[in-house]
Design a protein around this ligand. Sequence first.
Ligand code: PEP
Ligand code: MN
Length: 339
Amino acid sequence: MIIVLKKGATVEQVEEVSTRLTEEGLKVHLSEGVEKTIMGAIGDRMRIEALDLEALPWVEKVVPIMAPYKLVSREFHPADSIIRIGEHEIGGSNVHVMAGPCAVESRAQILETAHAVREAGATFLRGGAFKPRTSPYSFQGLEEEGLRYLAEARAETGLLVITEVIDAQDVSLVADYSDVLQIGARNMQNFILLKAVAKCGKPVLLKRGPSATLEEWMMAAEYIMDGGNYQVMFCERGIRTFESYTRNTLDLSMVPALHALSHLPVIVDPSHGTGRWQLVHPMAKAALAAGADGLIVEVHPHPEKAVSDGKQSLTPETFQGMMADLARLTLALDRKLGE
Ligand code: PEP
Ligand code: MN
């Protein structure tokens, strides 16, 4: 909220408003202009409204300027946030591609995929060791064994590892083996999990819930930042709509919308966003054209044998072809693919 004081308000009057706000537990920022004094109050909007400051004769108006999210907003941090992970920077001029299978299935599978995607120019290896599956009868992931294979692939290839954490009690285990923690779409509003990753000290990729609005998504990121972790990236992965040809509807309008409202980087997942491997390459190009800071893409050495999401997985060959195309596109966009 912004509180605009009338011209000529005295120091005592400013002080009185400030005291009322701080007594309610609100943070106050003072801006003394030539004409008027403006006060910025950060905290629960309801509490500011309850103070009824406009009743004071020296208060001109009380204007709600801020959306419910604060730390994620551009108002809080006008410049783009750059997230440094190892030697890489996400959110700057380089565009990063995170690639790998939906699930870590075996040591051989993850090592083969890691080498292939590294060769093609990916900088991060993805792969789920803990899998949130719609059916309890589907493969649930190799858990810690899968994390060990990911760490081994990192040691062999130099790729950084991104993997999903689905339970607050596993956060430190997953953080021990990985460079970025992924919060899956189904867990976007698992507030206990969000608070747990806020304390883990590792960057977080926050996927959009399948029916989440932009504001709900930003509020979920606010939980992580409010908990002290400022290394947050958004990931658009498609939303549930009436269309059934595609698995989800990839809402690329969120890329420029998030960039306008927030300083945090935006990653796009064209694999879950479409559910069809044939659509991944064109939508990856569209995502970069819309301003995405990176992509997360499913790649499997044998998609027809994949235990999950084979239909939307690229082969190492189709991935390689896409990466060559994206390298050209990023140059036209004044950015660079990879390191
Ligand atoms: C995944 O990345 O494999 C995954 C489960 O994604 P989402 O949470 O977007 O469905
Ligand atoms: Mn998947």
